[in-house]
Design a binder for this molecule. Structure first.
Ligand code: NI
Length: 139
């Protein structure tokens, strides 16, 4: 456990007020926790942009399984990149729609490329990559 330090900062009153409203809506107990999360998020993003070490990402996909050959195409993509895909979960959302969550491991550039291919497949209605890391330097 590293030492915790306190620091002060200057900030525009209105900006701080808006920030306080936001973190209150999000359920933060205090500003310190909200600011720590912002800093961690920034560090994780930086690792993703500037690091070439293995990391983790999840891709969420929503698609209409009636679209011809889309399910097969998504499965083919995942088999092509099986070394980088740790796990996937499929949920039948309703009569028409499927939700798929794919967990990817690899270099940020590899994860982004696979994610772009999955999200960009014709017929995918919504897709999002969440970039994360176990980040020794972050936590
Ligand atoms: Ni389904």
């Amino acid at each position: 456990m590293t030492k915790t330090i306190r620091f002060g900062m200057s900030i525009d009153e209105r900006l701080l007020s808006r920030f306080d409203d936001l973190i209150s809506d999000k359920g933060y107990a205090n500003r310190s926790e909200a600011i720590r999360d912002l800093i961690r998020n920034t560090l994780v993003n930086d690792q993703w942009e500037n690091n070439d070490e293995d990391t983790i990402g999840t891709v969420t996909l929503v698609y209409d399984h009636h679209i011809r050959e889309l399910s097969d195409k998504l499965i083919d993509h995942q088999h092509t990149h099986y070394k980088h895909i740790i796990s996937s979960m499929h949920v039948h959302m309703d009569h028409d729609h499927c939700l798929e969550v794919v967990v990817l491991k690899g270099k940020p550039s590899e994860i982004k490329k696979i994610s772009d291919t999955l999200i960009g497949a014709k017929g995918v209605k919504h897709g999002k990559l969440v970039a994360t890391t176990a980040g020794k330097e972050v936590y």
